[in-house]
Design a protein around this ligand. Structure first.
Ligand code: DX5
Ligand code: ZN
Length: 218
């Protein structure tokens, strides 16, 4: 299991240091939650902030756009140094055009589904994307409880991807800790995003190691 700490739970006064700290703690990717106060009822940071953190870490930047019009901002996030850009199927942007724009910018595209969205929503795009992010909480805030009833979506997406011959990664986001990471692994997840469980731990390195160890048998 790969672990992607979510910078939503970091100390915003020292984001560069926090990014570096996660790399030293053994993170596989850095997850960056962009919220616009419209698509979700919260505001975080945008491309200029991500650009500022970029030199502080060599980890892949996994940018999760919780914004109404992702299409309009793709070039900004690519320029800021995103390696993966995921956007919501529930956003207002045209899905195929946005995927194309991400690819043209040299970035890996991914689609995200909210808890109430069925897995079928991503089926038409599986061949064109790198990753599907399944939300295991309502997007907008860190520190919420894991929704285990989202897990069957992973199998549905995995099966359909196989049927189509599409090679995709499955990422889970929200409420991941030492216990829920095991459920995510059993359900076939490849990457788990963890905010609270990593940043609020006394020892981030130990927290990441424990999560990886907990699901190493699956
Ligand atoms: C929620 C964000 C998540 C969040 C996860 O909208 O997409 O990435 O930061 O935080 P925890 O791990 O605390 O649930
Ligand atoms: Zn996220």
């Amino acid at each position: 299991m790969k672990i992607a700490p979510s910078m939503l739970s970091c100390d915003f006064s020292v984001m560069g240091k926090e990014a570096k700290r996660m790399e030293e703690a053994g993170a596989d990717l850095l997850h960056l939650d962009v919220m616009d106060g419209h698509f979700v009822p919260n505001l975080t940071f945008g491309a200029p902030v991500i650009k500022c953190i970029r030199p502080c870490s060599s980890l892949p930047f996994d940018v999760h756009l919780m914004i109404e019009n992702p299409y309009d901002y793709i070039d900004d996030f690519a320029d800021a140094g995103a390696d993966i850009i995921t956007f919501h199927v529930e956003s207002r942007s045209d899905i195929p055009l946005t995927i194309e724009k991400i690819k043209s910018a040299g970035v890996k595209p991914g689609l995200v589904i909210k808890p109430k969205t069925p897995p079928e929503a991503v089926f038409p795009y599986l061949k064109d994307i790198y990753m599907v992010l399944v939300m295991t909480v309502e997007p907008g805030f860190g520190g919420q409880s894991f929704m285990a009833d989202m897990l069957p979506k992973l199998e549905a997406i995995r099966d359909e991807a196989k049927r189509q011959g599409a090679d995709i990664l499955l990422e889970l986001d929200g409420g991941i800790n030492n216990e829920t990471v095991i459920e995510a692994a059993k359900a076939g997840g490849d990457i788990c995003v963890a905010g609270t469980a990593v940043f609020k731990a006394d020892d981030a390195k130990q927290a990441i190691e424990q999560m990886k160890k907990a699901c190493s048998d699956y």
